[in-house]
Design a protein around this ligand. Structure first.
Ligand SMILES: Nc1nc2c(ncn2[C@@H]2O[C@H](COP(=O)(O)OP(=O)(O)OP(=O)(O)O)[C@@H](O)[C@H]2O)c(=O)[nH]1
Ligand SMILES: [Mg+2]
Length: 324
């Protein structure tokens, strides 16, 4: 791709710490296509290994409130923060958006906090397809920590485990969240569990139950056993403890070389995912493949050709030296 003067200028702005440039670049990334790739090619070498913390949990559990409180603590430590909130485009949690915006905006008066929401695409929420890229950009922008809040619906939120170095799962005592969380696979991905809304009477019992459930989990000798922290985001209790648990988990990973391993795994899965996406699109849209499918399907519909035989024929066509 030709050098794009607009992008070059924005990248200079990014290096110079200009917020407007960072914001514009994230929009370009969100829009995708060649320009997004040109931005990523330039941004990736500028990343400095910012630590990524994911916050996930069911709708309304208090993720945004907790992220907001946590940000104040981290700012108090002098950390520069990037915050990515995946916009709830689903009807489940749409109502919370305005409140989020207001809370988050109170943070963005601080030049060392960069808050950005991303639209969740495709399925019912979870995580945006460009979360990794936006996090890279904030990393390149000089943030020490990137906090990522997912929308608490569906399976795709589990992807946060492939994007964050520490995953904080936020649950609430109501509605048997512990059981729900286990079903949804949250138990597998949580490094730290927060029983939020500890101002509610049932919280202590619910936290204890959750601890019991986690005790069953197989943790190898010297491995990390996810702690349960009782907290109230609105009353600001337990947030310091969540902060120190995050620190402990990070040290746990660092001291054992697990963080480096995790970073490599994350990059590997990004390359795999992006490569597969691109190959799928290119192959599926290829004229020769399309016409072979259309022809073959007539025989499949007519019961003359098994679907698997057609697939084998298509496979031969593709890997047998298709000009792409
Ligand atoms: N009583 C009580 N309410 C809380 C607490 N933390 C958050 N809330 C309230 O719970 C509601 C939802 O909080 P959010 O922080 O928006 O929750 P969320 O998980 O980000 O919600 P979504 O992003 O929509 O999934 C808000 O009305 C908060 O004020 C808490 O510790 N105690
Ligand atoms: Mg929220």
């Amino acid at each position: 791709m030709k050098r794009d003067p607009d992008i070059a200028r924005l990248l200079e702005g990014l290096a110079g710490g200009r917020v407007a440039a960072a914001a514009r670049l994230i929009t370009i990334i969100e829009n995708g296509g060649d320009r997004a790739e040109a931005v990523m090619d330039a941004v990736f070498p500028m990343t400095r290994g910012a630590y990524r913390i994911g916050f996930t949990g069911p709708p309304g559990a208090g993720k945004s409130t907790l992220v907001c409180r946590m940000s104040r603590i981290l700012r108090g430590e002098g950390k520069r923060l990037g915050i990515i909130a995946v916009d709830p485009t689903s009807p489940f949690s749409g109502g919370a958006l305005l409140g989020d915006r207001i809370r988050m905006q109170s943070l963005s008066d601080d030049p060392d906090v960069f808050v950005r929401s991303l639209a969740s695409r495709g399925s019912l929420g979870g995580i945006s397809s460009c979360t990794d890229e936006a996090a890279d950009l904030l990393d390149a922008f000089g943030k020490d920590l990137v906090l990522i809040e997912t929308v608490g619906v569906g399976q795709s939120e589990l992807e946060i485990a492939e994007k964050a170095h520490t995953v904080v799962v936020i649950l609430v005592p109501e509605s048997g969240d512990g059981v729900q969380a286990m079903k949804a696979g949250l138990m597998e991905i949580g490094d730290i569990f927060v029983m939020n809304k500890a101002d509610h009477r049932e919280a202590i019992g619910a936290a204890r139950e959750l601890e019991e459930t986690l005790r069953i989990k197989d943790v190898p000798e010297g491995g990390w056993r996810p702690p349960v922290v009782l907290a109230s985001a609105t009353r600001e209790t337990g947030i310091d403890e969540v902060r120190s648990r995050i620190g402990e988990h990070r040290r746990h990973l660092e001291e054992r070389g697990l963080l480096a391993e995790k970073r490599r795994r994350v990059l590997f899965s990004r390359v795999r995912g992006a490569f597969m996406d691109r190959m799928e699109r290119r192959v599926w849209d290829h004229a020769s493949v399309r016409s072979a499918i259309e022809r073959g399907m007539e025989d499949v519909y007519g019961g003359r050709l098994s679907p698997y035989r057609l697939v084998r024929e298509l496979e031969r066509l593709v890997v047998g030296g298709l000009k792409m």
